[in-house]
Design a protein around this ligand. Structure first.
Ligand code: ZN
Length: 522
């Protein structure tokens, strides 16, 4: 069963008696450019909502932009000296880097929201600050403060993290400097929290203010593992998965689940743990260590259906690569075309189901798919009329939908060739100079090429399939190893020893050029 359907069945079982709307939630802290890793959560939750909707189950996907967390680091693209003063402030209270967006959090969130929309996911957004400022978190803040002992105990037992005996599960917004990452709460009298504004994580500098405040209506926030559980209660979350880094034994998820149960008296949401994305070398992609790729960069280089395939094609528990560098794009296209065929052939397996889900249960009707590798080649051959070539390969005129698909593939192929493709995909027709390698041709290679020349001279128009058959006839007749014949052809025309399907490739070339280069090669 396809992974999303398997989870759907489990969710249906657990919420059998629920006749309201199921709430699916995910979140991202808007503290900088959003890395592609965060798209996995969006894609998994978005897909779960889609498959629930297919079954007529009411479900909504809420996506929180966490804009109330303090800035605990300066994004690499910003000047450290200029931005240091903002460390420790809530992200919503920091100016936007472009001076246009409402604030720092909105600036980064809006880029990410665009990427989410381009990927075909449509969550409903809300800001974490709304929960606090509108007083929706007041009750859970009181519950957490009243249960500070229990929370300290959970941290100690579950994650082996020992808090000081006066540690309180709350961060106050300093009344003097407005920072939230610098304050340490040390007393709670049932009405007010007393705090000191010291120094905070990431180099945040406090103002040394000592104060006490009523921690309601946005004047304080919960620390994130407590907050995670608190939001499940306040938002009424039924389904929420989490990344592997939080899902380990003793990790944030386990801490939050314990707090949910023992402090907030609720059951944790249905969990879908998910793995990391990898780069082309199989290393974890991350914004901190390793190679980081922003979600924007990926979305700009992968067409929507292909991006969705990369995001949801594999089981959430499987590590999978998503990297514009290397050969992923060709692999994804071939994978896409394979599952399309299965769907159109009525195979009805997980692959066919995946194709259906890629297109929101409304997949395109059967069409000819030009192979990516062929496109990659054609896109580099200026002399080739792309549409005409693919009509020839298809052996009939392309439909309107096929032309649209072809044009999209050509566009993304060119981007990939310009920026990411490995060397072996790059071809330049050796039109003006005779490649050096030609000098090294053996007698048997030259004899075979002479027969190719004869075939070209005898045929006014050259057809890829016929050319292909002829090359095989020549190979048999001359008793030449296939590799020797094909290598000679690639060297003569591309100056390298490999290339696309030879008969087809030669048939695309200008006939006079073909004749003159074959003559020069024998
Ligand atoms: Zn302060």
């Amino acid at each position: 069963m396809f992974w999303a359907d398997r989870h759907k069945e489990e969710i249906k079982k657990r919420f059998l008696s629920n006749d309201g709307t199921l709430v699916i939630r995910d979140e991202k802290t808007a503290s900088g450019r959003v890395h592609i890793g965060s798209m996995r959560g969006v894609a998994i939750h978005g897909t779960i909502r889609d498959v629930l909707h297919e079954d007529g189950i009411k479900a909504k996907f809420l996506y929180e932009i966490n804009n109330f967390d303090p800035m605990d680091g300066i994004p690499a693209e910003l000047d450290e000296d200029e931005w240091r003063e903002h460390l420790g402030k809530p992200l919503k209270d920091i100016p936007s880097p472009d001076g246009k967006a409402k604030n720092f959090a909105e600036y980064y969130a809006s880029e990410f929201k665009d990427v989410i929309a381009e990927s075909g996911f449509t969550p409903e957004y809300y800001n974490a600050s709304e929960l606090y400022l509108e007083g929706k978190m007041n009750d859970v803040i009181r519950e957490a403060l009243d249960s500070a002992d229990t929370i300290r105990d959970i941290y100690k037992k579950v994650s082996r993290s020992e808090k000081k005996s006066d540690w309180l599960p709350v961060s106050v917004v300093c009344e003097e400097c407005g920072k939230i990452g610098t304050t340490q709460a040390h007393a709670w009298d049932g009405e007010k929290v007393s705090y000191s504004c010291l120094d905070g994580p990431g180099g945040a500098v406090g103002c040394k203010n000592e104060g006490s405040v009523e921690p309601w209506d946005g004047r304080a926030k919960l620390p994130w593992k407590v907050e995670w559980a608190a939001k499940w209660k306040v938002v009424g979350v039924d389904v929420e998965g989490g990344g592997k880094d939080h899902s380990t034994k003793g990790g944030a998820r386990e801490v939050a689940s314990n707090i949910a149960k023992k402090v907030f008296n609720i059951e944790s949401p249905y969990d879908i743990p998910y793995e990391f994305f990898l780069d082309k070398n199989g290393k974890k992609m991350s914004s901190s260590g390793g190679r980081g790729v922003s979600s924007r960069e990926i979305a700009s280089n992968f067409p929507p259906a292909i991006l969705r395939l990369a995001l949801i094609g594999k089981e959430p528990t499987v590590q999978t690569s998503i990297d514009p560098q290397g050969e992923l794009l060709p692999l994804l296209y071939d994978w896409h075309d394979k599952i399309a065929k299965k769907y159109w052939d009525g195979v009805g397996d997980d692959d066919a189901r995946l194709f259906e889900i890629l297109y929101h249960s409304k997949p395109p009707k059967e069409m000819y798919h030009p192979r990516f590798q062929t496109i990659a080649f054609v896109a580099q051959m200026e002399h080739v009329d792309t549409e005409k070539q693919f009509a020839e390969l298809k052996e009939s005129v392309l439909t309107k939908e096929e032309v649209t698909e072809l044009n999209e593939r050509v566009e993304f192929t060119k981007l990939w060739l310009d920026n990411y493709a490995p060397e072996k995909y790059r071809f330049v027709l050796a039109k003006d100079t005779i490649p050096e390698g030609v000098k090294g041709f053996s007698d048997s290679q030259k004899k075979a090429l002479a027969r190719v020349l004869q075939f070209v001279e005898e045929n006014k128009s050259l057809d890829g399939a016929k050319f292909h058959e002829e090359l095989h006839r020549i190979k048999e007749a001359e008793g030449i190893a296939p590799k020797d014949l094909f290598t000679a052809l690639y060297v003569a025309f591309l100056g390298r020893d490999s290339g696309p399907q030879a008969g087809w490739f030669l048939s695309t070339l200008d006939r006079d050029f073909l004749i003159s280069r074959l003559k020069e090669s024998i």
